[in-house]
Design a protein around this ligand. Sequence first.
Ligand SMILES: Cc1cc2nc3c(=O)[nH]c(=O)nc-3n(C[C@H](O)[C@H](O)[C@H](O)COP(=O)(O)OP(=O)(O)OC[C@H]3O[C@@H](n4cnc5c(N)ncnc54)[C@H](O)[C@@H]3O)c2cc1C
Length: 446
Amino acid sequence: MDYDVIIIGSGPAGASTAMHLAEMAPRIAARTLVLERDTHPRHKLCGGGCVIDVETCLQNLGLDLSQVPQADAKWIHLNYHNAGFKMRMGERAFRVVRRNEFDAWLAANMVHRGIELREQTTVTDLQVESDGVVVRTNQGDFRAKIVVGADGAKGMVRKYVGPDAPTQVARVVEMYTPMESSIGLGQAEANEAVMDFDCVAQGIQGYSWCFPMKLNGRPMRNFGAYDSGINPQGKSSGSLRSVMKEYLERYGHRMEDYELQGHPIRMFLSQGVFSSPRLMLVGDAAGVDAAFGEGISPALGYGPIAAEMIRDAFESGDFSLAEYKNRVLRSSLGKSLARRTWIAKQIYRLQTPWMQSMIWRHCGAAVRWVIRNFVFNWAKPIPAPALQPASVLPEISLSTASAERSTAEQRPNTVVHPEQPVPKPHLPPVTSQTEVSQVDRLSETR
Ligand SMILES: Cc1cc2nc3c(=O)[nH]c(=O)nc-3n(C[C@H](O)[C@H](O)[C@H](O)COP(=O)(O)OP(=O)(O)OC[C@H]3O[C@@H](n4cnc5c(N)ncnc54)[C@H](O)[C@@H]3O)c2cc1C
């Protein structure tokens, strides 16, 4: 089947690109297909921390984050050995969502705006031709003039865009524990978040975190560790598993009682690759925040840049997409991500304990200022005409909106109800130990 645009992946990057396209170029959006290998609400390993920029990006789409179940992190403590400073942006540090619920809500809004979504459809191969791209999937072949890779950090589109381009991935692991058994929060309250940088001195170029969260209405804690490994010449040899073990013990947990999951995050590099003729990358597939692994707002933020590029390509008939990288780099998102890569290189290069102590315990005011002005707050409201507000979503099944305007053809596995109860997650959470060891090994392959 022929489309103008095929977006591979319906996480925040894919959904945002599609919804911005619906606003900027409705005719192209009407001939756009989103392919998703999973079915919403699908599991996505993520701390779910939504900073202020997520809210701005959603407002630019006429969406209100308060519609999604969430916990508030009133403050975030940035510590080195249990002492440091705390900060927030306005009323809170950030909100914490569960990605299965957040992404299902986004996808439902996307379909509500007329975008066709096919779930349970895994893209296996791409063939770029002079007049289009053949997209091979487990459900047959599709064809489009432009293909957008919104398929995450482990996505396959990237290898067709620039197999030899410079790229770096961060290692990340995570697990959930019940709130009531979490002790030792230090100065932090139950509704506050903590980021600890002790592990930098142990060879990790990142931090450990402890966020409040809600699982089916029940207060929980979300623990994780992030290793950017951004300085290849520096130490990044520590095992995330042993960092997590030590960290959890501090909070009164035994790692053996829970299962740990791991997944990479692709970091933004200005010298990286973002597009090739007829192909472009957004979100984790392109690269997100290297300093803290904050990827939800960047994923949403790629959307309007990609949508505008697609609209202009159709208007000019030039499908080289050569201008896309410049547009990303010149955007407030690109500038913010480039700064974050630079900041990550600086703070994680300083691996001796006294240097980390100096940053987090003694330079609080300066670090707060840098974070407020150079890391977050990059997203700017897009002036009206705003997208149609979706205050209360009518009952939507993900197949409905697309079915309204497409043929009566049966599409397998496209029905998801955004308000349906989210499947009960496992406690202790499911894990793949293999994934964790794979993530631990990433440092070697980076
Ligand atoms: C452990 C961990 C904790 C994190 N914590 C935070 C946090 O607290 N805050 C924050 O802002 N960011 C966090 N991040 C980063 C954030 O999760 C990502 O940056 C964000 O999900 C990127 O969104 P995306 O849409 O680009 O990709 P994804 O959300 O990964 O979506 C990609 C989609 O593509 C689909 N897909 C992949 N391959 C195919 C294929 N071949 N065919 C069809 N579909 C395909 C997938 O099923 C998926 O739905 C965390 C990441 C990890 C790993």
